[in-house]
Write a protein that binds this ligand. Sequence first.
Ligand code: NPG
Length: 361
Amino acid sequence: MPLVSPFRTSFGTQTARDVLLLRAVTADGEGWGECVAMSDPLYSSEYVDATADVLRRFLVPALADGSEDLRRHGAPAVAALLRKFKGHRMAKAALEMAVLDAELRASGRSWARELGAVHERVPSGVSVGIYDSIPVLLDVVGGYLDAGYVRIKLKIEPGWDLEPVRAVRERFGDDVLLQVDANTAYTLRDARHLSKLDDFDLLLIEQPLEEEDVVGHAALARQVRTPICLDESIVSAESAAAAIELGACSIINIKPGRVGGYLEAVRIHDVAAAHGLAVWCGGMLETGLGRAANAALGALPGFTLPGDISASDRFYQTDITAPLTIEDGYMQVPTGPGLGVTPIPEILDAVTTSTEWIQLR
Ligand code: NPG
């Protein structure tokens, strides 16, 4: 699916998204899962072709082997059946999502109710990429603020950090909820430099250091006043608990794909809440399917910061579902059975490059 404009982060520039979708067909109906892996292993080690491979060769067959457990316990059995395979959380998350959606649609329950949502709408933040110049950035940010987004996240990297933040503050004022995301682009040696961001009253600095450098984040947190938020480093409820214990973060970005699924995402929400940490829902350029699911997750009580839950048109001219929109800076949480949205067959067909059917016995 082509993006409406190139999206540049510290790890690369994306102009299109190759989306792997799963459709689980059961005796009672069907359900949809969206895999958030990108084409290249730049954000994390997973990538689309690898997720297709691991699903086909290991994960989907494991569900067939565990069909008795699946029948008895439903979607919560998926993670347990897949646990013996290391990693591949985005692939596992997509599979669990499809199974859970099928189950909820068949019984008329909504994603929001199932996860424990307490709000009918969620505040919508937007993630703004890296640009070639400050004037272009200011135009883009101005456009999103005019569209009603309630929080701006600026992607940063060495050489594109203090200046864009200062420029956005000067042009749009101190009231704009503003945060930055480095996607692992710095090292602990940059601590003094990063502390200069303290002047700009940011909500948080997201994932400044390497994914595995949790101890480094704890050291950094002692040297900067701006709250440290972890994204890439948090891959499970256990890793969230460890990072919190170490003092590596005071906020967590929860992305269901990164942590192995929506059910694990809820667990991380619970762990964070138990420690008094704020969480917010991240985005991975999802289609309407993942976006609808994220809106429901973002409506849980501990999601006290606006998420990267932007309207479909932030990334796609034509979404594969009815477009998700924002009104007065908020997105309505879908209430229909399952995800509450479904791919529109003609639109899905038009962007489909290949399909594969796996029969379980
Ligand atoms: O709103 O869906 C969205 C995108 C939010 O910036 C966003 N995602 O690091 O959080 C991130 C980033 C990302 C984009 C990560 C693409 C991986 C791939």
